[in-house]
Design a binder for this molecule. Sequence first.
Ligand code: ADP
Ligand code: MG
Length: 693
Amino acid sequence: MTPESDIKYLKGVGPQRAETLRKELGVTTVGDLLRHYPSTYVDRSKIYKISDLQGSELPLIQIRGRFVSASVQGEGFKQRLVCLFSDGTGTIEVVWFRGVKNIRERINPDTTYVLFGKPTEYNHHWQMAHPEMDTEAAAESQKGLRGVYPLTEGLTRKNITSRQLHNLMIAALDNLEGVKDPLPQEVIDSQHLMPLAEALRAIHKPANMIEAERARYRFKFEELFFLELNIVRYSRHRSQQLLGHRFDRVGDFFNRFYKECLPFPLTGAQKRVIKEIRADMNTGRQMNRLLQGDVGSGKTLVALLTMLIALDNGTQACMMAPTEILATQHFESLSEMAGQIGVNIRLLTGSTPKRERDEIHRQLLDGSLHILIGTHAVIEDAVQFKNLGYVVIDEQHRFGVAQRARLWQKASIAPHVLVMTATPIPRTLAMTVYGDLDVSVIDELPPGRKPVMTVLRFDTQRQKVYDGIHRQLLEGRQAYIVYPLIEETDKLEARSLEEGYEFISHLFKDFRVAMVHGRMKPADKDRQMELFASGKAHILVATTVIEVGVNVPNASVMLIENAERFGLSQLHQLRGRVGRGADQSFCILMSKPNISTDTRKRLEIMTATTDGFIVAEEDMKLRGPGDIEGTMQSGLPINLKVASLVSDTQIMEITRAEAIKLLDADPHLIAHPDVAATISKLFDRSMDWARIS
Ligand code: ADP
Ligand code: MG
């Protein structure tokens, strides 16, 4: 047999199990099976003494001894086998609930057994349920590390256990003859990686943990290497084949705005990133750039100034925002800023009336519309530009990759793209997930900002909190009051919000209260937002629809109800709505009283720092990389089995460098047909993905 052989011919498999393995793990060949890696290992070399057992969370362990007694108790369903097992240092109760008769017959009081299971303490004595039971000789052959395999429900239902999978792996390892390593030899050599055959053996049956780790490293490397190779290959293709607009002019729009309309001097960081963007737009290649900057760092102004460069070079610009509120707000502030220099800016959202929409379509086509701001509505097919040169996407995590692709197709020459985000992600990771991106960072807040003072409060302190808000309102400031969004029960959400609205309106009788939530008609939403933005309303009661981007610098209080229900990055975004002016602002996290230690820790991170990078880091630590990883994974063309996008960024960088080296030496992979074949096998559905910028 070879690695290509059908799995059903492997010893211990057969047609039925082969079908189960195919269905559950996508395994059809012996080679496929070996790519189902263990998630961890159990150590079967060490024997514990019963007298040494202590602690509440013990791992799977082995003990060696004899059965002192064994009796079948109960009847029918409740039947169980209860035994006493002694190793000379102490005794442990061993229980079986299934296969009682069979096991009872196997137990011989004169034989020494090795039991492998998880001891638990129960009523002051030790107990082990359903251990694996081996004679000493059999245990000897099990010695050493053994893989523990991820199981699916389907596997468990068909009685395929981790131990059985391990046995299949051992059988499969005998059939590695002629296995082909997909990694190029020079990469294996230069990185001192374990060759495939050795690594397969070492990951399934390692001699020690060091070997297991080396094997795992190799497989992570392999996954990331092909991922990076694919990205680098396509980005080279893009830069060689796809021309971009050359914006070599800085003209009237930019200069007049800069001289006459700039509302405040730019920060050093804003100046720097505008320079970076300008240079990048003038290379003749399409720009594909990520602009990172914490909430409140002034990304919108950068977007505007760089859009003016696009206009100066005779093209149109488009800015996309994830929500209607945000699009509307961008539209209003940009019109106010740039209206004076004769820039024609329009807003297009799902609720734009047909007549206006038709007019926008017409102006876009005849070129009289300079800047289009909008939501997803701008990617509809009906929206066609005369000459789209530049696209800005605000808060990218809300836009799927496919949606970006549609914008891209609206021009014969690919428009320059700037993606703006407040989420800090490492550069290599960004490139891996979003393709070949350049990155600009605004690492400085506008001057005079005082960090938002953040406190954690409970129901008992409610009155004091309201008193504080009252004082701010009297000083002419405004306040947000946010209620959590309960997705499964929209009605409940609206109710708790409406109740909140009633309550707040009543409590702050002398002030005007506005309200927005996601289920409102867009026109109503706009009206309410407008009331708050113009200062006519003093309090805005809202759901998280205001989470992203909303800018009302006069607001100085953010009260978040049921803060314990929010994630850290969400809290950080919400808090970013205040502290946008020069005055001291406050963020109050209102929590129910009985919260877990973890929740408390999470909320206290918010009170301890206002730095978005630290918040993101802590968020990752607390929630584990899982959540963030899930989101990012969805942007990838393949599923990663062993490598982690979050914790393996270092390997990612090495693989990227190796991928670049390989393509420098052999751009079309002519000398590496196997590598080319692996790539097309892995990524054949991702052609479009790779074109996206
Ligand atoms: P974000 O990066 O979160 O999108 P915004 O672009 O909304 O931030 O800017 C936040 C606030 O800071 C806005 O009120 C904006 O007018 C103000 N701002 C932007 N740049 C400067 C600057 N250079 N000096 C002072 N205030 C600025
Ligand atoms: Mg913003």
